[in-house]
Design a protein around this ligand. Structure first.
Ligand code: APR
Ligand code: ZN
Length: 375
């Protein structure tokens, strides 16, 4: 029996330019093409990267459908797709590998050079969404703050159907980013000390990853006591409120808690000032990991003489060097076994109608993660 797949319409949160609120529109969603799948989205996390876009920190094709941390159910598949079928529960990745560049061929798909995710396009250079005949661009080729998405099949990874959609959505960005930064990028060994600057959605996932890796102590630094309290619930052994304190003052406290400085520092905010704090927090030979993404064209000044003399290392960590097909099911397993309490990250759930309020929660310093649930 053959079923006909038609275009459909979906409600979506559309962002028309920096400084403007998102507005809800009906958008046209194309039939999935060869190698593509159409997904009925069920949940979308509210992530700091969306906020960067809304605030105009980064330039993107516009109008944009926001959301890049999504999970849902495959609704239909395009010609040639055998890996997935309608009804499969999937987590979407916001960096789909092209599968043909030299990095992908070497098995290093996290540094793929052929992906068009960052242009908000499908591999063939098109967008599957339009509004009144005009092209609209799903953020990072996901656009999870909409009822449907069309993505290349390698962007949708099947996970067990008993993982709740809100948890699954977070696996698609903050959990993969935070746990991956620890496990894939820094490769933290048991007993090593670590500082995490920023205890938002991503920072808390770094703390969870550090606990999983056996780091000790795990020191959370934030300006918000409520966020620090949450970090302790996820495994931070110490919490430092850095509000109104100098870097040197905080560094002294970290030296006392560790053996003269941390082996690892992770920045999970994306602020120039806090990225600059990492080297002073480290011991000699320590590693600074940049996870938070600063605004475009904002170089960071570092004392590289001290850095070199101290034999320190600086790592850029993008999406935790995630291999979605390997890491999403692995993270789902760790959630199911209780080793990654991802559900505890979710402090608020809102319908799509309240998408602007969801970002207000974040700007107001909400603890943990808000998730938008699609009916
Ligand atoms: N010092 C310490 N902590 C701070 C400071 C500061 N100067 N300013 C803000 N914070 C804390 C906030 O209190 C909050 O707990 O940083 C945290 C930021 O968390 P979120 O706003 O939830 O951001 P998140 O979604 O975790 O993203 C962080 O990671 O992937 C990137 O693009 C993303 O750059 C963003 C970063
Ligand atoms: Zn994200």
């Amino acid at each position: 029996m053959t079923t006909t797949i038609d275009t459909l319409t979906a409600r979506a949160a559309v962002h028309a330019g920096s400084g403007q609120e998102m507005t809800l529109h009906q958008v046209e969603v194309a039939v999935p093409g060869p190698g593509q799948v159409r997904v009925r989205l069920r949940a979308s996390g509210v992530c700091g990267s969306d906020r960067h876009v809304l605030d105009g920190d980064w330039t993107l094709p516009s109008p944009t459908i926001m959301g890049h941390e999504g999970a849902g159910v495959v609704e239909s598949v395009g010609p040639g797709v055998t890996e997935l079928q309608a009804g499969d529960h999937v987590v979407l990745t916001w960096f789909y590998p092209c599968l043909s560049c030299s990095a992908c061929r070497e098995g290093r798909s996290w540094v793929c050079t052929g992906s068009r995710s960052e242009e908000c396009l499908l591999p063939d250079g098109t967008t599957p969404l339009s509004m009144d005949g005009q092209a609209v661009y799903p953020y990072l080729a996901v656009g999870s703050m909409a009822e449907y998405a069309v993505v290349p099949v390698q962007a949708a990874v099947r996970i067990p159907a008993d993982v709740p959609f809100d948890v699954a959505a977070l696996i698609g960005c903050s959990v993969a980013t935070g746990v991956g930064a620890v496990v894939n990028d820094a490769e933290v060994k048991p007993g090593r000390s670590a500082v995490v600057i920023g205890s938002g959605g991503v920072g808390l996932c770094i703390v969870m990853g550090l606990r999983l890796a056996g780091a000790e102590p795990i020191i959370a630094v934030d300006v918000n006591d409520a966020s620090l309290e949450l970090a302790q619930g996820f495994g931070a052994t110490h919490a430092i409120n850095s509000s109104g304190r100098t870097t040197e003052d905080v560094a002294r406290e970290i030296r006392e808690l560790t053996d003269g400085g941390a082996d690892y520092a992770f920045e999970a905010i994306g602020r120039v000032e806090t990225i600059q704090q990492m080297p002073p927090f480290l011991t000699r030979g320590g590693t600074a990991v940049v996870v938070g993404l600063p605004p475009q064209d904002r170089p960071v000044a570092l004392d590289l003489l001290a850095f070199a003399e101290n034999g320190q290392r600086l790592l850029g960590s993008n999406y935790g060097s995630t291999v979605p097909a390997r890491d999403f099911p692995l993270l789902a397993r760790l959630y199911r076994s209780g080793r990654l309490p991802i559900d505890q990250l979710i402090t608020r759930r809102r319908p799509l109608d309240e998408v602007n309020e969801a970002f207000e929660d974040m700007r107001a310093g909400a603890r943990g993660r808000t998730v938008v649930l699609h009916e």
